[in-house]
Design a protein around this ligand. Structure first.
Ligand SMILES: CC(C)(COP(=O)(O)OP(=O)(O)OC[C@H]1O[C@@H](n2cnc3c(N)ncnc32)[C@H](O)[C@@H]1OP(=O)(O)O)[C@@H](O)C(=O)NCCC(=O)NCCS
Length: 234
């Protein structure tokens, strides 16, 4: 009886693993195109519901501007022809290595007006995946595309501000910095920063007042991935 139950569990696990594997293999990453914009706007509303309620998500004219300014830096994830993830990036050079900044500063007022082709850092303006397609590696594949781009363009690093998604649930217990320590020790559940750490990014410091966000109470983390293939120009 015990053996039978164990066999049943093993067979269910095997089926689940192989179905997850099949789902993962159906995710395709490609460059964003103008025709994708309406679908991306809808995805943003679903992926960022709290910020969307505050009116903070890409508008069509902003996505059009990103594509005009830096088409190579804009990616989508497709699953059976449906867009289930996206990420937008630009190149910048901060005045100092770890300059305090806001999302608006980094993203040239959301239009990437500050994109600097001679800059040294790829800036991750956003990343999101559809809630029905999470934990399948969608965002990881989008990040792999970003890393490949940073290597191809010989950029020194990728940086971003990662919102502390679950901080609002712990504000009575921890400061933002203490909260990050708890996330690093796996003591609290934090989808965004855990995802970034899992993808090789290092936590640098807290960015207070980063963006209007009821989940993080406007707190983000300055995160950095150093390009291991970067070659200093003489
Ligand atoms: C953060 C986000 C992009 C992750 O997308 P995703 O497609 O689920 O990410 P992946 O499947 O590639 O996850 C990779 C790893 O991240 C971590 N992770 C992702 N979601 C997690 C969660 N809910 N809880 C804890 N860890 C999580 C895990 O380590 C995961 O690996 P595992 O599933 O093998 O444990 C997604 O949750 C999202 O769109 N959130 C809302 C939008 C947002 O806030 N974006 C960030 C803006 S700064």
């Amino acid at each position: 009886m015990v053996h039978f139950a164990q066999d049943l569990v093993n067979s269910v696990n095997k089926k689940m693993n192989s179905s997850t594997h099949t789902r993962k293999s159906r995710i395709i990453i490609r460059r964003m195109e103008n025709k994708d914009i309406p679908e991306i706007v809808e995805l943003q509303k679903i992926a960022f519901p709290h910020m969307a309620a505050e009116g903070v998500y890409w508008r069509p004219d902003q996505l059009e501007s990103h594509l005009k300014i830096f088409p190579e830096g804009q990616f989508v994830a497709e699953y059976d022809g449906k867009i289930v993830g996206s990420c937008s990036s630009l190149i910048i050079r901060l005045k100092s290595e770890y300059e305090q900044h806001t999302w608006k500063d980094a993203c040239g007022d959301s239009f990437f007006k500050n994109h600097n082709p001679t800059g040294d850092s790829l800036y991750g303006a956003d990343v999101s995946s559809h809630p029905d397609y999470r934990r399948l590696g969608v965002a990881t594949k989008l990040y792999d595309a970003r890393k490949k781009l940073a290597i191809e363009l010989n950029l020194r690093r990728i940086i971003a501000g990662a919102r502390l998604f679950n901080y609002c649930e712990h504000v009575q217990e921890f400061s933002p910095l203490e909260y990050v320590q708890m996330v690093k020790r796996h003591k609290v559940k934090e989808p965004v920063l855990s995802f970034q750490i899992r993808n090789g990014f290092k936590f640098i410091k807290i960015l207070p007042n980063y963006m209007k966000d009821p989940r993080s109470l406007n707190n983000a983390t300055f995160i950095e991935w150093k390009n291991p293939h970067f070659v200093e120009k003489q």
